[in-house]
Write a protein that binds this ligand. Sequence first.
Ligand code: 9D3
Length: 356
Amino acid sequence: MRIDILTVFPEMFQGPLDFSIVSRAVHSGIVEIQIHDLRDFTESPQRKTDDAQFGGGSGMLMNALPIIRGAEAVRDMALESSQVRIVFLSASGKALTQSLARELSLAEQLVLVCGHYKGVDERAIEYLNGEEISIGDYVLSGGELPAMVLVDAIVRLLPGAVGSLDSVEEDSFYDGLLEAPRYTRPQTVRGLSVPEVLLSGDHAAIDAWRLEQSLQRTKERRPDLYSKWTKEHESHQEALEMQIVHSLSVNPTPVSQDASGVSIRPLLADNVGARKFHMRLFEVQPGGHTPHHEHEWEHEVYILQGSGAIVSDEGEMEFKAGDAIWVSPKERHQFKNTGAENLRFLCLIPTMGTCT
Ligand code: 9D3
């Protein structure tokens, strides 16, 4: 990939791009980054790049022509000009997201135009067929820092830019959730210890704890992401089949591997051979319960948070966070929350035809 940056402050780019992943990618030839001074594309002796705006209004606007000449010049420099995208970093652009970064990382050449002052003459964007991108809803003084942010987000996605472990962006059940808290040595820092479960070696319990923490944090800090995640995980259960096997099937030894190499590790011995699941996440308030119900299939239930009991004709079975329980087919039952916090549990329902 080749990235050309047009700016009136080329000096700002000395430093930030010379470190870590971006610098390594440049030195190994994965990406070529060129910074261009927009003043080099002016024609007046004063090398002026801005002017007052038509229609009135305070502040200066960047002239269209230096930007157009600059973009045309760098477009001609590139060997293959087929896949060029011209991006204007602009406070009124569409939001930069990971999926937009991923999409941009597929281009052969990017031309980034850093706006400044009150903005740029609209005709520069129109003539060059540019797209406007913002890095978030806050006011900065120019497009230079956003351009560096964009470069960092894109370059680390280029094949070979990041060590092999990180480089695979695996689709995961946790996608769209904030990460659970993490800890490293020493075990005690100024009297603060590491959550017990992380030292237990019990991978099922650790997975359940992390999922619970992720859900809790996301709900609190990013209600937007939380409702998106819960919606997706209710309505697109098919898409989740593999992820659930991934994140919640946690016996110590793999039982089998499917074609994609995913280890299938059933939670319960009865479930050997089951390959795919639908998933439903339920939440019951303290003192609350689900309706009485029964179903044709038997399925696993994984308790993520809280404690309670499953009540059926057979009697009552208590459970707590970390437990995996088994619900028999055609047995009328309900879940009760007997604890003080919300009860959360995942139901894993085997997909027809893939379960023995
Ligand atoms: C009249 C000033 N603004 C209204 C609040 C518009 C404006 C123009 C130019 C605001 C900021 C800027 C300078 N910022 C950018 O060029 C910019 C930016 C940003 O401010 N926030 C997030 N992403 C970006 S990308 C470029």
